[in-house]
Design a protein around this ligand. Structure first.
Ligand code: MN
Length: 257
């Protein structure tokens, strides 16, 4: 059997320690190609670049691994990887991360890490976004590596053929403290935004986004619950944003004309 081809990307940039941890795990399973942003792209969601040219540069960042840095967004990276670098060679798995910071719950919508993985899923590729609940640059990825390896191994063995996306988050705990893995739904939480106002040297006002994560969804089947209780959370996610509940409520809409 040929070795699986694994595409690795992220949104924190190719120099982030989190992607290095993920490359080291992925290369134990197959051939790895890295295509990642040349600068931090957190919070870019599913943005793509259409009014500027995109640049790709082959770099030696990971020993023995083909790696490219890209001037675009995380989603640009996946599109270029598939259509330009790999020229439609079949990709067995796309892994994105390991993000420095949580992408549980509503964060999936803003996350470049998860949007890159979602883009791969849209292309019919099975795909996993990994995040650690630690924003710091020198976060400890030891437990994340172990569990990322478990999830990657499991997904490579699945016989199904369709694309899919898993949103995997790791609690900020040591390997001994992590209690296991939970298959979850996304907690229905939200951010309450706050803008800190300041003045630039020219005296003009500027606004700096900050906020507070509010979760009133305390179900023990949610990702936030799992993470708060020492588990790795795994949420199978999808791009279909149709609101089926409201669709039923509006069933007589077409008769108004
Ligand atoms: Mn990030």
């Amino acid at each position: 059997m040929s070795k699986p081809l694994i595409l690795v990307t992220n949104d924190d940039g190719i120099a982030a320690p989190g992607i290095r941890a993920l490359v080291e795990v992925a290369e134990t399973f197959g051939e790895v190609i890295v295509v990642a942003p040349d600068s931090p792209q957190s919070g870019k969601g599913h943005a793509i670049t259409i009014h500027d040219p995109l640049r790709l540069k082959k770099v030696s960042v990971f020993e023995g691994i083909e790696a490219w840095e890209c001037s675009g967004t995380p989603v640009d990276c996946v599109k270029l990887a598939k259509h330009v670098i790999l020229k439609d060679r079949p990709i067995s798995l796309c892994v994105s991360g390991i993000n420095h910071g949580s992408n549980a719950s509503i964060n999936i919508l803003y996350s470049g890490t998860l949007s890159a993985a979602m883009e791969a899923a849209l292309e019919g590729i099975r795909s996993i976004g990994f995040s650690l609940l630690d924003f710091s640059f020198d976060a400890d990825f030891e437990a994340s590596r172990f569990w990322a390896g478990k999830v990657i191994g499991y997904m490579l063995e699945q016989p199904f053929r369709h694309g899919c996306l898993l949103n995997v988050n790791f609690p900020k705990l040591s390997p001994q403290e992590i209690r296991g893995i939970r298959l979850c739904r996304q907690a229905n939480a939200r951010w309450v935004e706050k803008f800190v106002e300041g003045r630039d040297p020219g005296g003009r006002p500027y606004y700096w986004l900050t906020g507070e994560f509010i979760n009133e969804d305390t179900g023990d089947d949610t990702d936030v619950w799992a993470l708060e209780n020492g588990y790795v959370s795994v949420v199978p996610s999808m791009h279909d944003l149709t609101n089926y509940t409201v669709m039923k409520d509006l069933s007589d809409l077409e008769s108004i004309g």
